[in-house]
Design a protein around this ligand. Structure first.
Ligand code: DC
Length: 225
C-alpha cells in the first residue's frame, strides 16, 4: 500500500467509524479513531476527578499520567492509560458526557493533534473525527465529509442505545444530536466543517458497503506520484 492518508470527518451518528474501520481493513492500513483519543483524555479526567473545564489541570494530569495510543494486534488503535488497556471503557456515559467539554481546549487539541500527525507520518492511515481533513491532515490524499439526515442519525443512535438495554425516545435522540451538532460546528477552535477539497457523502438510505465502495473508488483515483 502506498503512503496514502484518508481523512473522514462528519457529525455524530453519520457512520464514520463503521465506514473508516472497513476502508482501513480493505486497504490493510491503520485505522485511527481520533474520537477515542479525546475519550482517553476524558476517561483519565473522570478517573482522577479532574474538572473538564479546567484546561491547566487537565494538561497537568497528562504530564503525570501515561496515556498512550498503540497499534493492537488487529491493526487498530488501543488506548492505554497507566498501563491499563481502557479501549472498551471509552463509550461509558460518564466519559461521553465529559469528552465534549474538554475537546474545546486548544492545549488538549494540540496535544492530541501531535499524536495524530505522528501516526499519519509513520504510514498510511484512515483517520476519522471532526477536524482531520481541516487541521490534522490538511494534505490527506482523500478527504471525505460523511453526513446523514438528522432523522437517520437519531434512529441509528437510538438503536445503539436500545441494543444496550437503555430506553430512549427518538425525540430525545434527535434533540441530543441537534444540540451536539450545534456545539461541534460553532466552537471557536477546529469546528466541524468540511474541508474545501472534501468529497461530501450523504449516507442517508445507503448501505455501509455502498459508502465503503465509494471511498475505495476515490482512493483508486489518487494519481501515483
Ligand atoms: O466521535 P466521538 O463521539 O467518539 O467523539 C467524541 C468527542 O470528541 C466528540 O464530542 C467530539 C470530540 N472530537 C473532536 O473534537 N475532534 C475530533 N477529531 C474527534 C472527536
Amino acid at each position: 500500500m502506498r503512503h496514502i492518508n484518508i481523512a473522514i470527518d462528519g457529525p455524530a451518528g453519520a457512520g464514520k467509524s463503521t465506514v473508516a474501520r472497513l476502508v482501513a481493513k480493505a486497504l490493510g492500513i491503520l485505522y485511527v479513531d481520533t474520537g477515542a483519543m479525546y475519550r482517553g483524555v476524558a476517561w483519565l479526567a473522570v478517573r482522577n476527578q479532574v474538572p473538564p473545564d479546567d484546561e491547566r489541570a487537565l494538561l497537568e494530569m497528562l504530564r503525570r499520567h501515561d496515556l498512550r495510543f498503540e497499534r493492537d494486534a488487529s491493526g487498530e488503535l488501543a488506548v492505554v492509560a497507566d498501563g491499563e488497556d481502557i479501549t472498551s471503557q471509552l463509550r461509558d456515559p460518564k466519559v461521553s458526557e465529559t469528552v465534549s467539554k474538554l475537546s474545546v481546549h486548544p492545549g488538549i487539541r494540540a496535544w492530541l493533534t501531535r499524536w495524530q500527525q505522528a501516526f499519519a507520518k509513520q504510514g498510511a492511515v484512515v483517520m476519522d473525527g471532526r477536524d482531520v481533513g481541516t487541521v490534522v491532515m490538511p494534505d490527506a490524499a482523500v478527504k471525505v465529509f460523511l453526513t446523514a439526515s438528522i432523522e437517520e442519525r437519531a434512529r441509528r443512535r437510538q438503536k445503539e442505545f436500545t441494543d444496550k438495554g437503555f430506553d430512549v425516545t427518538l425525540q430525545d435522540m434527535r434533540e441530543a444530536i441537534a444540540e451536539r451538532d450545534a456545539r461541534d460546528s460553532t466552537r471557536a477552535i477546529a469546528p466541524l466543517k468540511p474541508a474545501e477539497d472534501a468529497h461530501l457523502i450523504d449516507s442517508t438510505g445507503r448501505s455501509v458497503d455502498e459508502v465503503v465502495e465509494e471511498i475505495l473508488r476515490l482512493v483508486e483515483r489518487v494519481p501515483h506520484e
